[in-house]
Design a binder for this molecule. Structure first.
Ligand SMILES: [Zn+2]
Length: 149
C-alpha cells in the first residue's frame, strides 16, 4: 500500500506502509513506513483532530476562533508599543494555555486566561480587554482596577 507521506530523510514523496495498527480504543492508527528510495523507516500516527471547541455562556458550542482571539488582543494593544512578533508569541502562549483545559473550554476560561496574561504583560491592554470582555460586577470594580495602576 502506498500512501502519500513524504520521507523525512530524503523527501521522497511516496513511502510504503509496512505495518498499520490501531490503538486499543481504535482512536488512533500507528503506521510504520518505509521509504523505497533510501530504505529508512519511520512511524506516523493518524488521529482524529476535532480541534478546540468553545462553550459560550448560552451553552452553545462552537469551534475555537484563533483569529478572533488575535483580533481581541490586538485591539487591546492598539497604539501601544508591541510588535507583530511579540503579539503573535503572546497570543500563541495564551492559545496553548487555553488548550491545557482540554478539547472543550468555556468562554469564561478564555477570558480569564487572556486577562491573566495581559495583566503580566501590559496594564493598559489589560484594562482595555477587561472593559470589553470581562463583565465587572459593578462599576466600582473597574475604578478600583484603574486606581491600582
Ligand atoms: Zn527516503
Amino acid at each position: 500500500m502506498t500512501l502519500y507521506m513524504v520521507c523525512p530523510y530524503c523527501n521522497k514523496e511516496e513511502t510504503n506502509v509496512i505495518d498499520s495498527r490501531k490503538n486499543t480504543e481504535g482512536s488512533s492508527i500507528r503506521r510504520r513506513r518505509e521509504c523505497p528510495k533510501c530504505d529508512l523507516r519511520f512511524t506516523t500516527y493518524e488521529k482524529a483532530d476535532i480541534g478546540l471547541m468553545v462553550q459560550k455562556r448560552s451553552g452553545e458550542i462552537q469551534e475555537f476562533d484563533y483569529e478572533k482571539l488575535y483580533k481581541g488582543i490586538e485591539n487591546a494593544f492598539g497604539g501601544l508599543d508591541i510588535n507583530d512578533k511579540k503579539l503573535k508569541t503572546l497570543v500563541d502562549n495564551i492559545h496553548n494555555e487555553i488548550k491545557t483545559n482540554g478539547n472543550k473550554v468555556k468562554t469564561e476560561i478564555i477570558g480569564e486566561t487572556v486577562l491573566i496574561n495581559l495583566k503580566e504583560t501590559n496594564k493598559v491592554a489589560y484594562l482595555r480587554f477587561a472593559s470589553v470582555y470581562k463583565e465587572f460586577s459593578d462599576a466600582s470594580d473597574f475604578e478600583k482596577e484603574v486606581a491600582e495602576l
